[in-house]
Design a protein around this ligand. Sequence first.
Ligand code: ASP
Length: 307
Amino acid sequence: MQKTFAVALHGGAGTRLEEYSEEELRQYQDSMARIIQLGQTMLASGHSAVDVVEQVVRELEDDPLYNAGVGATYTVEGRHELDAAIMDGRTKRGAAVACTTTVKNPVSLARLVMTETPHVLLIGEGAERFADAVHSYPKIERVQNDYFDTEFARRKWLEFAERQKHEATPAGKKGTVGCVAFDQQGNLAAATSTGGVYNKTMGRIGDTPILGAGTYANNETCAVSCTGAGELFILNNVSFHISALMAYQHLTLAEATERVVHHVLPADSGGLVAVDRFGNIAMSYNTQGLFRAAADSTGWLESKIGA
Ligand code: ASP
C-alpha cells in the first residue's frame, strides 16, 4: 500500500544494553511508543513534517529518560550544554543551536533560528541572547541549568567518568533524540537534540547541530537524524553522505543507510533513523541496539531497542 505519511524517532544508540534492567527497557519502549503515536496522529491530521519533528523532539526533550532536555548528561564541570538542529526538506533551510544552558527546548530555538534569522548555527551566549530577543508564540521557555539535572543522568555520568580513568574510549549509554517525518504534502523534515557525549569538555560540539552530519533533510532524497560518536559522524558527513548516495548514485534509502552505517562508519559508533519521499523508513545501527520507534499511514507502529 502506498504510504501517505511516515515518521520515525530515536532515543540514542546503546552500546551496553546489559546495563539496563528489563523494567528500564520497558519504560523506554512505552515512552517511544507514546511519542511516535503522537507523531502519527499529527501527520494523519495533516500537520507538516517540520511541525511534527519539532513536536516529537520536544516531547523527547521533556522526558527525563533521554540525554536531551531534562535528563541531559554533564560536562566535565558538571554543567549541561545542549545542542539541537532542525531542517525542512521542502525549503532545504535548516538551523541549529549549540552549547545552550538555559533553553528548556533547544529544538524550538533552532527552529526560530531557521525561520527568523539568515543564520544556520548560533552557539552559547549568542544563542541565549537570541532566545531573549526573539518574539515567538509560544515563547521560548527558559530554565536554570539545574532544571536539566536528574539522578539517573548524574549517576551515569559519574560511572562514565570513573571508567574513563581506566579505558581510553569507554562505551557509554548515549540517549540523544531525533525524529524524521514524511507528511501528506510529500515534504520531509528532520530534527535532533542532545546533551552531547558524557563528561564532554566545555564548549565541545558534536554532530547533532551540524547540518549534513547529525541532521539533514532534502525533499528530493531523504531526511536523516543520527546518534552516536559525534566526532565520527562529523568527519564522515553521515546524513549528507546518505543523501548524496541517493542523489548521485541512485541508491535506495535502505542501500545508502546500510553503506554508510556498516561500511563507512566504524563498528560500534552509532545509528540513525531516516525516511525517503515514498515514506520508506530505515533505522540502522552498528551498536548493540538503537532506541527507536516508527509509524506510518497504514496503521503500522513499532517501538524497539535491539534486533
Ligand atoms: N551524537 C551525539 C554527540 O556526539 C551523542 C549521541 O548521539 O549520543 O553529541
